[in-house]
Design a protein around this ligand. Structure first.
Ligand code: B12
Ligand code: SF4
Length: 460
């Protein structure tokens, strides 16, 4: 299967721009910068950057493209003379780095293009460092952006009101990431996308701000085709996929059909998922049958007032235990996300979370500090109380403001303590005993080592 069979209308549009079936002479450098965080965010094996691969796939139809991922050890050149366009992807935690690269490219007379979540949410700031900023996904602005690059007449902002249907997106070309010298450092899980958007509307999340109440999905056959392509490429059936969807289960009927059809492929997969209907044992059964080995669930908090304050309507505390049991009964491991630092947090919040994790034997708990990301309603609300505006600290492991319910010294002590307790040797045994000896076990052992080195000052 080639990309041309996937979206001929997109290719035709693009080729019309340069009038021939060849390529423009302009050359792009695509950059995924590493963040400065000392936490485990950008270390170890990282996933192939689907966002930048999607940019490369489009740009590569018309231009020569080089692809650099600093997280796996690629070096960013100081001299951009071999390029016409330097395009950088950025989240908040690597925004300072992304801005420096764009700034340097601009100074050398190149088209400096910024895209990704942070430039989208912090447009004016990003525009100050770049020639142009792309708001949201590149696919929706592509023909105009490509034409302007070819003509050398860039606009400061590329943004459309109407998003394109996901079926018009090209199948990501993985060769850009895989041909790199350091590509062996990527996780073996293949990133894949079935849906985009999440209308749940949590106030700390960027997705509702960027995509609104919009929820789009690809034809299931296209998702399966992409999976078959990777099975063929790798010469095996049992390929591991990692869904990059914001919330893959938001439309139950779509999700169930996807699972039923994916089951025939014999792949393995994991995804981010909201809890809205995981209390239904049939869904867990279907997910396990279709090859799911891990679900990442944002439990966030055990405090009903906190859940209410973040507008996380999908989380009902009385369902938490049921959801976990259903998944565990079918052999699906749970990466559970827990956030601390909300105004309603108290000493009891830590105890309740600890008890929930231990009683329910959550396989891979992840703890973070609530971080109001720029552009979200939560950021606006918390601005007067924020301790940092240094984006390097927006890695969800920094103490962003003093919660009203608990003083800073006690709060951070407890935040460290809960992590060390949950990842203590005995606690790991209690949570993991009898479970398959796989990478989740390994992650627990790594976390045991990592959490022993934690101290409250690291979060300031
Ligand atoms: C899957 C996911 C993960 C995965 C995989 C991450 C990865 N390596 O790609 C995992 C679980 C590992 C992860 C980790 C983290 N994540 Co995360 N994650 C997501 C999620 C749900 C989807 C990202 C994705 O791949 N989407 C699919 C791709 C195709 O879409 P896209 O990224 O939007 O890319 C399109 C456009 O942005 C644009 N574009 C992107 N780059 C560029 C560049 C140029 C030049 C152009 C023109 C266009 C362009 O075109 C792309 C193609 O359509 C997002 C939510 C979201 N919707 O962004 C959160 C999100 C990105 N994560 C977030 C956070 C906080 C984290 C962590 C810090 C959490 C933690 N404490 O560990 C880490 C940081 C990891 C890192 N180094 O970046 C935040 C970031 C907020 C912010 N303002 O920066 C988000 C936005 C969720 C939220 N809370 O709002 N994450
Ligand atoms: S459920 Fe997840 S993806 Fe959806 S709005 Fe809330 S945090 Fe964002």
């Amino acid at each position: 299967m080639t990309n041309e069979t996937l979206a001929p209308e997109v290719l035709t549009d693009q080729r019309r721009l340069i009038g021939v079936n060849g390529k423009s002479r302009k050359k792009w450098l695509l950059v995924q910068p590493v963040s400065n965080t000392s936490m485990m965010v950008d270390s170890g094996s990282v996933s192939m950057p689907l966002n930048l691969m999607m940019v490369a796939t489009l740009a590569g139809q018309l231009f020569e493209v080089d692809f650099i991922d600093e997280r796996v050890g690629d070096h960013i050149p100081k001299d951009f003379s071999g390029y016409d366009v330097v395009a950088v992807t950025s989240r908040t935690l690597n925004a300072k780095k992304a801005f420096q690269i764009a700034e340097a490219a601009k100074k050398q007379g190149k088209i400096a293009l910024l895209g990704g979540v942070h430039p989208t949410m912090s447009l004016e700031e990003a525009q100050a460092h770049a020639t142009s900023v792309v708001y949201g996904e590149i696919e929706s602005v592509w023909p105009e952006l490509a034409e302007d690059v070819i003509n050398g007449s860039m606009k400061p902002l590329y943004r459309v009101e109407a998003l394109k249907p996901m079926n018009s997106m090209l199948r990501p070309d993985f060769s850009y990431a895989l041909r790199g010298r350091n590509s062996r450092k990527y996780s073996s899980r293949i990133p894949v996308l079935a849906t985009k958007g999440c209308p749940v509307g949590c106030n700390f999340c960027t997705t509702p701000t960027i995509y609104g109440k919009n929820y789009r999905y690809r034809d299931i056959e296209r998702v399966l085709d992409e999976m078959r392509y990777h099975q063929e490429r790798l010469g095996k059936e049992k390929v591991h996929f990692s869904f990059m969807d914001d919330n893959i289960s938001f439309r139950p009927n779509y999700f169930k059909e996807l699972l039923s059809r994916m089951g025939t492929l014999k792949v393995r997969w994991n995804a981010n998922i909201s809890m809205n209907f995981l209390h239904d044992p049939e869904v867990a059964e279907l997910a396990a049958w279709s090859g799911c080995d891990l679900m990442s669930i944002g439990f966030e908090s055990m405090n009903p007032e906190t859940l209410k304050s973040m507008h996380k309507g999908s989380n009902r505390l009385d369902n938490y235990g049921k959801v976990v049991k259903n998944l565990h009964d079918h052999g699906i491991a749970i990466q559970g996300y827990f956030m601390f630092g909300f105004d309603n947090d108290s000493k009891e919040s830590f105890q309740m979370t600890y008890d929930f994790i231990m009683d329910n034997r959550i396989d891979f708990p992840v703890f973070s500090l609530v971080t109001p990301f720029p552009g979200t309603p939560y950021f606006e609300e918390m601005k007067p109380r924020l301790r940092h505006f240094d984006w390097d600290k927006y890695d969800t492991y920094h103490y962003m403001f003093k919660p009203k319910g608990i003083g800073s010294d006690k709060f951070l002590d407890k935040f460290v303590k809960i992590q060390q307790e949950v990842y203590g040797a005995r606690a790991i045994m209690r949570r993991m005993k009898g479970k398959p000896l796989n990478w989740v076990w390994l992650a627990n052992l790594k976390m045991n080592r990592f959490t022993r080195g934690l101290n409250p000052a690291m979060y300031l």
